[in-house]
Write a protein that binds this ligand. Structure first.
Ligand code: PLP
Length: 404
């Protein structure tokens, strides 16, 4: 059996790796499964995008390789959207990189900037491609635990100076998956300033920029003065337009940083399917009308989730953004035990905080990917499991040591 690389052995297990198989087994057994796991809603993309895709596949040229350039109209539409949404100008050909989903770009970028001896600061809990890209490129990972103490923000002053000196990449994601935290502008200003001083590439993952509520409007990192020197921002059509399966996103940055990512990609892929890029242009065109309506569906789900989980005995506040609740568990109750029992006893899929790294322990995540009624039902089932597990742990603590 050929031996695996040491680099490969360092990869942790992906939080969603085993769940689809287990879900399939439960459904086959006749269990009424409620899946609140992946950030993957049960809703349709914009009709205009679906129509454009079906038209585009009949155009012979759309079926050819896209190469790195892809469909120029896609680059132009992404650039025009950055202007419309954030008031920022980017050159469509030099400062935009089309991606096969933003995950692909985030992990491949590390190959251009990371190597043995260089450190990437990876928030934990955090999205898997930060740690994945860093480890696959042979770099060293410094995990920073996102906890309530810092409002789930990375405080660079907490990081030892010798680590900061070797740091080449900092991953930030606000609005944040899975904690649903948002970043105040003065915080982003401080981070940009420190990254400029330390010459750190700031990878700003903005996948949830359009999924915000109660009047909150998430910023682009490029609204911060000086960010263009050191930052790259990742965007995705996945959550904004319910297009997760389409695999479509883009990166935006100064030409040198875009060129580095684009060069890596010339060796690992041959471009996004251009019919999908054509359909994405239709999605961009529908942004003003379509996105507010879609956001309202998620707001209703959020409100239902907060009420139902609160009524079921959990602590939760309405998040200002994302499609997630990051719910604390009673101290001493491991999140993996809770998630496992909830799935096996009640058929409800949630993600344990520990699945996002040790820094996520003590919490679990639910996604607003089904109707308010089903989310409410899931919360009631979760409440039953919580009561069962807390009663069991009280019995254990009352049992004299050595007897249990
Ligand atoms: C924080 C974050 N970034 C990036 C992504 C990747 O999105 P996609 O690859 O679908 O564009 C996700 C998906 O869940 C995410 O939660």
């Amino acid at each position: 059996m050929p031996q695996l690389a040491k680099r490969f052995e360092t990869l942790p297990e992906y939080v969603l790796a085993r769940i689809p198989q287990r879900k399939h087994e439960l459904v086959k057994r006749g269990v009424d499964v409620i899946d609140l796991g992946a950030g993957d809603a049960d809703l349709m993309p914009p009709e205009a995008a679906v129509r454009r895709l079906t038209e585009a596949v009949y155009i012979p040229g759309m079926n050819r390789y896209g190469f790195g350039l892809g469909l120029v109209q896609f680059r132009e539409a992404a650039s025009a959207w950055m202007q419309k949404r954030f008031g920022l100008a980017f050159d469509p050909l030099k400062e935009i990189v089309p991606l096969i989903g933003s995950k692909e770009g985030i992990s491949h970028l590390a190959l251009a900037y990371m190597e043995p001896g260089r450190v990437a600061i990876v928030p934990e809990p955090g999205y898997a491609s930060y740690i994945g890209g860093s480890l696959l490129s042979g770099g060293e990972v410094y995990k920073y635990a996102l906890r309530p103490r810092t409002s789930f923000l990375v405080d660079l002053d907490d990081i030892p100076p010798d680590v900061l000196r070797r740091t080449k990449v900092l991953y930030l994601n606000y609005p944040n998956n899975p904690t649903a935290a948002i970043a105040p502008l003065d915080y982003l200003q401080r981070v940009v300033q420190r990254c400029r001083e330390l010459d750190i590439l700031l990878v700003f993952d903005n996948a949830y920029s359009e999924m915000a509520f109660d009047g909150y409007v998430p910023p682009s990192i490029f609204e911060i003065e000086g960010a263009r020197e050191i930052a790259i921002e990742f965007h995705s059509l996945s959550k904004t337009y319910n297009m997760t399966g389409w695999r479509c996103g883009w990166a935006v940055a100064r030409p040198e940083i875009c060129a580095a990512l684009a060069k890596v990609k010339t060796f690992v892929d041959t471009g996004q399917f251009m019919a999908v890029q054509a359909a994405a242009v239709a999605a961009f065109e529908s942004w003003e009308q379509w996105v507010p309506r879609n956001r309202e569906v998620f707001r209703e789900r959020r409100d239902a989730a907060v009420k139902a989980f609160h009524d079921a005995g959990f602590q939760c506040e309405p998040p200002k953004a994302t499609m997630y609740l990051w719910i604390p568990l009673p101290e001493g109750l491991p999140s993996a035990t809770f998630a496992e029992r909830l799935m096996e006893d009640e058929g409800v899929i949630v993600l344990p905080g520990s699945g996002f790294g040790a820094g996520g322990e003590g919490f679990f995540r639910i996604s607003f990917i089904t109707s308010p009624a089903r989310i409410t039902e899931a919360a009631q089932r979760a409440g039953r499991v919580l009561r069962k597990l807390t009663a069991a742990s009280e019995r254990t603590t009352r049992t004299p040591a050595g007897v249990a």
